[in-house]
Design a protein around this ligand. Structure first.
Ligand SMILES: Nc1ncnc2c1ncn2[C@@H]1O[C@H](COP(=O)(O)OP(=O)(O)OP(=O)(O)O)[C@@H](O)[C@H]1O
Ligand SMILES: [Mg+2]
Length: 469
């Protein structure tokens, strides 16, 4: 019966539990359009929500499976179809059914003979992939079946027979709701002389949101980048560069864009693709970009991209090919959104940052008072640090010309001194440990403003004036 074994992964976006069933149902119905007898199909739906959601809430997904996917699969193939969907949770050898449903064609009556003859489709869902599809034949099906029979009996609906045997089922689908792990990889296979090299590109969910981006920038980001992409407008930007001194939230902003767009992040670093073998670096980079191009839910992040030095600075042959590959990729029409960050935009190849490849440049400077307050509040929350309201005012006033990263470091240092609590004393103590060259930073901020003026193309600026700092 279980000769056919297929497995599919659905990369769910951040979905509500009630949509999980829908999501899975759509995918399953696509593959079951021409069902094969006795198909044993495993579908994995990944989302970061599954960990925090209760079993009861997840069980509601069954409703969608029962009411939309089962009829959809079977309408064309079975004159009088009948299906079961169930949600089971297994932990340490114990299993518990949260929900099960029997779906039959409208107008059909539940009768003993029909039910004990055959179930056409049997879908069982679980969390964390604990259900072993090979055991499904006996254990889980029996469990679900007796649950259904006893529930129906209790409501006087059916079955005079005492021990109705579990019916035979024709199409079996196991749906694993897998909590998303922090690091996940896209595997890229690159052919080499007599072999295939497998490169793993890490994919992660964004950890920051637009609330962590300066208010002034946030609105521009939504108008210029997020909304057009969401509307799938042909004119939407597809390449973004974020520049500014170290620690002012460039990477955070890149993640926030991904977060707002519901995208996961594939970060490409030279350490992933550079090879000591002649010609391999280019092949691997090309392979990675090609593979990622097929994924729709991804943002490609080239963080601290200074390694893509301009052709005017570098003369290394491999290096120049890397840039050429990037240039070509950035030009391709149907590719994922690419976000680059760098401290030194003047070192990049000018051809990379021209519109059409990089459409929008974001310039970020040292944070103003309002932003420093938000950073401070975020940090105390993030690290679970106790504080009085007044202390936040003090932090804002003593961190002029600090970067986001330095404010974060100051708060952690003060919390260590204060034993998990921030007070005036611990903050002032921590402030003494920081050496900030205001004059130099003022000059950097001026340079950023100047870069903003000189740059040709679309530019979004967050470069607070001295009076705002
Ligand atoms: N909005 C924020 N709220 C709280 N902390 C923040 C915020 N933005 C940035 N930080 C802190 O500052 C750190 C540095 O931010 P980020 O990594 O985005 O800087 P960057 O500009 O990318 O720096 P680099 O150029 O060195 O890569 C973060 O790891 C975080 O601890
Ligand atoms: Mg960074």
């Amino acid at each position: 019966m279980f000769t056919k074994y297929r497995s599919y992964i659905i990369e769910a976006r951040e979905v509500r539990p009630s949509f999980i069933g829908m999501n899975a149902a759509l995918t399953a119905s696509k593959y079951l359009y021409r069902p094969v007898e006795g198909v044993n199909m495993v579908i994995r739906v990944r989302s970061s929500r599954f960990k925090s959601v209760s079993g009861n809430a997840l069980a509601s997904a069954i409703h969608t499976l029962a009411t939309s996917s089962i009829p959809y699969f079977l309408a064309n193939y079975e004159p009088n179809w009948l299906g079961i969907a169930a949600y089971i949770e297994v932990s340490g050898g114990n299993s518990r059914i949260y929900a099960a449903s029997l779906t039959l064609k409208k107008g059909m009556r539940i009768s003993n003979s029909r039910i004990s003859r055959s179930i056409d489709v049997f879908i069982v869902c679980d969390r964390e992939g604990s259900i072993d599809p090979k055991k499904l034949a006996s254990e889980w099906h029996r469990l679900v079946w007796s649950f259904i029979v006893s529930t129906l009996r209790a409501s006087g609906k059916m079955v005079s027979q005492d021990h109705a045997p579990p019916p035979i089922r024709r199409y079996t689908i196991v749906l694993h709701l897998v909590p998303e792990t922090k690091i996940e990889y896209v595997e890229v296979k690159v052919p080499e002389a007599h072999d295939v090299i497998v490169v793993k590109v890490p994919i992660k969910g964004p950890e920051w949101s637009l609330d962590d981006v300066p208010e002034k920038l946030k609105q521009d980001l939504e108008t210029v980048i997020v909304n057009p992409i969401k509307q799938r407008a042909a004119y939407a930007p597809r390449g973004v560069m974020i520049t500014g001194p170290p620690g002012v939230g460039k990477t955070v902003t890149a993640e926030a864009i991904a977060h707002k767009l519901g995208l996961r992040i594939a970060e490409i670093r030279p350490s992933i693709y550079r090879s000591m073998w002649y010609g391999m670096t280019e092949k691997i980079l090309d392979g990675i970009l090609r593979t990622l191009k097929k994924r729709s839910n991804i943002l490609v992040l080239l963080d601290d991209v200074d390694y893509l030095l301009g052709r005017h600075v570098s003369i290394h042959e491999t290096h120049i090919s890397e840039i050429t590959i990037m240039l070509r990729y950035l030009q391709e029409p149907k590719r994922p959104l690419v976000v680059m960050t760098t401290n030194a935009p003047e070192l990049l190849d000018p051809a990379i940052v021209r519109p059409g490849r990089i459409d929008v440049v974001i310039v970020m400077g040292y944070p103003d008072r309002e932003m420093r307050r938000r950073i401070a509040l975020k940090c105390v929350e993030r690290y679970g640090i106790r504080y009085d309201e007044k202390v936040i005012d003090t932090i804002v006033s003593i961190t002029r010309w600090f970067t986001n990263a330095e404010i974060d470091a100051l708060i952690r240092l003060a919390a260590s001194k204060g034993g998990g609590k921030l007070d005036e004393e611990s903050i002032m103590w921590a402030r003494q440990k920081f050496n900030i060259n205001e004059g130099m930073r003022r000059a950097i901020q001026d340079q950023l403003r100047w870069f903003g003026e000189r740059f040709q193309g679309i530019i979004l600026k967050y470069v607070p004036k001295e009076s705002e700092i």
